[in-house]
Write a protein that binds this ligand. Structure first.
Ligand SMILES: [Zn+2]
Length: 272
């Protein structure tokens, strides 16, 4: 699932390419992902011009000259292709935007769970889930103090709390594992047992893991193009069960547990 660092990298990628570029034609081949009538989607986008691309949580927000936004929540498997018209289309390509610069912007989605909305300026509250999102993890407003105060109000296993989009927006299963590893916190520990110092370490780990990942993925997208699966080689523990713990003084095999259809990887020795 694309998470904050992936979507932030898409945002940079598209902001270097599409603001000011017109949309000449729109072809919808799988309308299932659209949360707006297909005809309205086509009519609004055709002849429109892209503005800046923003992001909120796991939503990418493509602004348009008309004041509308295309808000895309890719869920598990929504991906983008930015390519020449003759390039091979991926399976499950849902729509194709033919751009005035000769490129095509395509959205494909193997499991068709993504959601594509058309939103008027100022009407983001109408998008399910978007209005309830907590602050952006990397924003200036989310200081360590503000984070600690918010964190205290959420109860549950620490990993579930980190994943809660109302605490902060955009962190998914993969980065939650690496953040908890960096903070030295056990994913299943009760969040209410954490001290203020633990919560502070969690905040610092969250900031560094996410900002490093944004930088790595942004660079890779520029060099290697948009991925079919997320760039994840830089993750230290997520889905590395059985491999040695990356802490040099530890090196014990990482534990991997699947519960509630979610894989959690951690080190029993380093994460308390
Ligand atoms: Zn370890």
């Amino acid at each position: 699932m694309p998470e904050l660092p992936d979507l932030e990298a898409y945002r940079s990628f598209f902001n270097r390419r599409i603001p000011g570029v017109g949309i000449e034609a729109v072809k919808v081949s799988i309308p299932l992902v659209l949360r707006v009538p297909k005809d309205e989607f086509i009519t609004t986008l055709t002849g429109n011009v892209f503005g800046e691309v923003g992001r909120r949580g796991k939503f990418l927000l493509f602004s348009l000259e008309s004041g509308d936004y295309v808000a895309i929540h890719p869920m598990l498997s929504g991906r983008f292709q930015y390519c020449q018209p003759q390039d091979k289309r991926r399976a499950k390509t849902c729509f194709v935007l033919a751009l005035a610069n000769g490129f095509e912007l395509r959205y494909f989605d193997a499991r068709l769970m993504g959601k594509v909305y058309l939103v008027k300026e100022g009407a983001f509250d109408a998008v399910p889930h978007l209005a309830e999102l907590g602050p952006e993890p990397l924003s200036e407003e989310l200081t360590e103090k503000a984070f600690r105060e918010r964190f205290r109000r959420f109860h549950g296993q620490t990993k579930n709390v980190v994943l809660n989009d109302s605490l902060m927006a955009g962190i998914g299963n993969a980065y939650a594992d690496d953040i908890l590893f960096a903070a030295g916190l056990h994913p299943y520990r009760k969040s209410t047992e954490l001290s203020a110092e633990d919560a502070g370490r969690l905040y610092q780990a969250m900031r560094s893991v996410l900002s490093e990942a944004v930088a790595i993925i942004t660079e890779r997208m520029e060099k290697e193009g948009l991925p079919v699966d997320e760039y994840r080689d830089h993750l230290k523990v997520h889905r590395r069960g059985g491999q040695p713990c990356p802490t040099p003084s530890c090196g014990r095999p990482l534990t991997e547990i699947t519960a509630a259809q979610r894989i959690t990887t951690f080190c029993r020795h380093c994460q308390k």
